[in-house]
Design a protein around this ligand. Sequence first.
Ligand code: MG
Ligand code: MG
Length: 248
Amino acid sequence: MVSIKTKEEIEKMKKAGHVNYLTHQYLKSLIKPGITTKYLNDEADKFIREHGGIPGFLNYEGFPASICASVNEEVVHGIPDDRVLKEGDIISLDIGVVIDGFHSDSAWTYPVGKVNAEKQRLMHHTEKALFIGLKEIHDGAHLYNIGARILEYCNKQKLGVVRELVGHGVGRDLHEDPDVPNYGKYNTGMILKEGMVIAVEPMITAGSRHICVLDNDWTIVTEDGRPSAHFEHTVVVTKDGYEILTGE
Ligand code: MG
Ligand code: MG
């Protein structure tokens, strides 16, 4: 069932979203060659708790860390560990924060030092695809218009759109109805209503869109080993558009 949030609930979600945003800004400032993904995880955990939140991913369905840190060909659900970041890597950080019982969910891909043209292009267009998808949102719009627009844009850029993983509703649970795919047909899917909160999160690949799961049963990687990027905001549907909850 898709829930409509009250004004009070949206205020709480804004708090969770804002701490999520601040955590991203803090981690972004730490990213450089030579640090480990575990270091970013531990700093995120501390930062979120210091700001009155709880890391939303820790123990979620058994996930063993406070954030997801996915490097290069890792699409999502990278488990932070002793891997050392190198100049030229890209790292997708996916962060969940819970405050007053409400979740926020936001992902961003960052360069480590100077990255090659393929990775720069991939990050640029994935971020653009997120905002192009978001533009479709308003009270009365069809849900699948978001994915239709993302797919159309990425096809034009000759980038792969991962199909097996999708965006979702957000609220008291991290993953609520509806599913928000990054593909679809225009003017299909449910009708969005003011007060619905969804996470839109294109996962885009430089090569083939096909993926596989590593032996840790969590981490998703591209089948061809080429890089992948992930940008995600949690937003609330408004009468005329949307408002980003995981922002400033
Ligand atoms: Mg996420
Ligand atoms: Mg999500």
